[in-house]
Design a protein. Structure first.
Length: 300
């Protein structure tokens, strides 16, 4: 189920389901969205604080629930990631959302919501978040792709060839998000089915051995064997031990998936990167990987 695309005048709700955020950090994003013809509603508790969280679990869940239930809210943007979404997912009642689907948007920790809704059969938008929108860079590719993703415009990306790419072409729904979150959701009610789909993964600030651990967990749980394709986004700011692990994140992913024949694209510009292009997760896309380039195009 693809939620209705947004039109000028529609209301976008902003909530903070994880780490706390300030009004100063949020101001440019509100201005940017209003410049693009949307109205903005803020969660009642969005500026609350509870240690590192944007209020208590109950407060954060209440804001999300309010916007899920409100038919006038056409999209929900998560203000930022961090950690905390998993603590509220089981408090949410999605019956109102099912009656009036809307775009749930963000990346990183927001993978909890992406995965939960994909399990329910709904598309979501993996994209930049309000905390990343800066006044001096309103028309960045990230922000432009966010608006295109929300309004139903075409999304297509061409990426230069990477050494570990595996060539091929496939058309299938794309799912995924942050690798650490996908790993943490295994065997839960928010675990996704990857069979016959293009899997997108990205991560930040992980130890290299832990990338191996997470990829092996996905492999052993059957998440990698029956993919249609694999898209690897930013594997940013990786860490190593005093005794080196011996392979990069990309090399580890290539080794874990080497027995499979599907196309693989590395260094895709999405995730914890300066370039964080919007992806309509749950929607059908065509991935074409050649020796010269990779193209990911969402099918309108």
């Amino acid at each position: 189920m693809i939620p209705p695309f947004l039109r000028p005048g529609d209301v976008i709700g902003i909530v903070a389901p994880a780490r706390k955020i300030s009004a100063k950090e949020l101001k440019p994003a509100i201005e940017f969205l209003e410049m693009n013809g949307f109205r903005v509603a803020l969660g009642k508790n969005i500026f609350e604080k509870d240690n590192q969280f944007a209020g208590t679990d109950s407060q954060r869940a209440a804001d999300f629930q309010t916007f899920l239930d409100d038919p006038d809210i056409k999209a929900i943007l998560c203000a930022r990631g961090g950690y905390g979404s998993v603590r509220i997912i089981d408090r949410l009642d999605f019956r109102g959302f099912v009656r009036n689907p809307k775009w749930i948007c963000g990346y990183s920790d927001v993978t909890v919501f992406h995965s939960h809704l994909h399990r329910m059969g709904f598309a979501t938008l993996h994209c930049t978040m309000p905390v990343n929108i800066k006044e001096e860079d309103f028309y960045s590719p990230n922000n432009t792709s966010l608006i295109r993703g929300l309004t139903g415009k075409s999304l297509a990306y061409t990426v230069p060839s990477a050494p570990l790419n595996r060539t091929g072409e496939v058309t299938a729904p794309i799912v995924g998000g942050n690798l650490s979150i996908l790993y943490s959701l295994l065997a839960s009610d928010s675990d996704i089915c990857t069979n016959g789909k293009i899997l997108f993964i990205e991560d930040l600030d992980e130890y290299l051995y832990h990338i191996d651990r997470m990829m092996m967990a996905l492999k052993r749980s059957g998440k990698l064997a029956n993919l249609a394709g694999l898209v690897v986004g930013g594997m940013s700011d990786m860490n190593d031990n005093t005794i080196p692990f011996g392979s990069t994140a990309e090399e580890t992913i290539a080794r874990v998936t080497e027995e499979y024949g599907y196309p693989v694209c590395y260094h895709f510009p999405s995730g914890h990167l300066e370039e964080n292009m919007a992806l309509r997760l749950g929607c059908e896309a065509t991935l074409s990987v050649t020796e010269k380039q990779s193209v990911l195009r969402f099918n309108d």
